[in-house]
Design a protein around this ligand. Sequence first.
Ligand code: ZN
Length: 412
Amino acid sequence: MSASGQLTDCVVLIGPELAPFRCVRFAWAGDTITAVDRLAPCNTLDDGAVVVIPGLYNSHTHLGDSALPDGATGLTLEEGFFRPHGYKYRELAKLTPATHQPHLEAHLRYMARSGTVAHLDFREQGPDGARLLRAASSATGVESIILGQFNDSPFSAAELRANAPAQTLPPAHLAELAELLAVADGFSESTMNDLTTAAWAEIRALTSTAGKLRAIHCLENAGYRDLSLASTGRGDLSRALADYDPHLIVHLTVATAEEIALLVRAGKTGVVNPRANATLGLPLPPVAALLRAGANLLLGTDNVMLNPPNLLAELDFTYKLARSQFADALTPEPAAILKMATSNIRAALGGDHHGALEVGLPASFVALDFTVGHLRHTRHLLASIVTRLSPADVLATYRHGRALFQAPGFSF
Ligand SMILES: [Zn+2]
């Protein structure tokens, strides 16, 4: 079982507000934090320190295509990623579990090395795909919260266009869904346009009964909204909220002010993926408008094929993007961006997901080396955490008291 450990004379970001404090001691035993002995608030360093922050949550990944880094370069979203003939699906079909799983594990280890303790994955390939990621997660200790999807689309394009009220899931797909929900933490689908209204109602009811999560990509580009309007008379976000009631709505890249208001009124959490959107030549998500409207936001890196799952880089990009969109040098505070990879997870997932450090909470944390020359004299600790870190600055990543990564030569 997990051991215990401690750091003395360190800086800890405490609680969901991520308040930086110089601490005499930070300690854990088993899977739980047992001491955060604070001395004084501390947002500057004069001579370096080890800095402890909550373990990061990557709230949107597709680890499945981690065997294909940069494989979609030169392809459109549709050519690269859409079922059934997109590059991703053609290439995934060529892998065996034995050739696939090492890629998943390698990227989970890279995530741990860059401070991530858990991720929410839109897992393709049905129940088998979910089982493969579960095995890789067990091998590495990084928590995979798996949102599975059907292996093959249940409906033809003509059936989707007609969207008949009686067009429920075929029996084979109902059976696949039951098998999927037995292994996965929830359900995901690429877009609202991939299933009929009747099928969404079935999936909503079955996932609710099973106590599982629901997630969906919405408004990644205008085509999602346009296609939904053409087949149902409603945009994809309003359909998602009315018919599917997802816990997580991913992308919102082209969300309008009205759509943002709809999301906030529904009390739903949005997941933005700015670097992935930029790589595809899409607009950047309206992070400032979402923050201004009071949306609970999380951060994801999306397909590994498209974007390395390194949240340290995503934090930096998102912070600068948000400042540019707010058009002032004061907003948002760096902490507002760091919360998107830490304490904002609580409102979306609950349970033992806190994204925060306090006595009694899970010992899921990252120790950062702020003793090195480029960090040891920071004049604003939170800003430096958000904008100046690379994986080389991570000393250790722990989840529930278990070491997922520890730098050579470093020990507690
Ligand atoms: Zn995605």
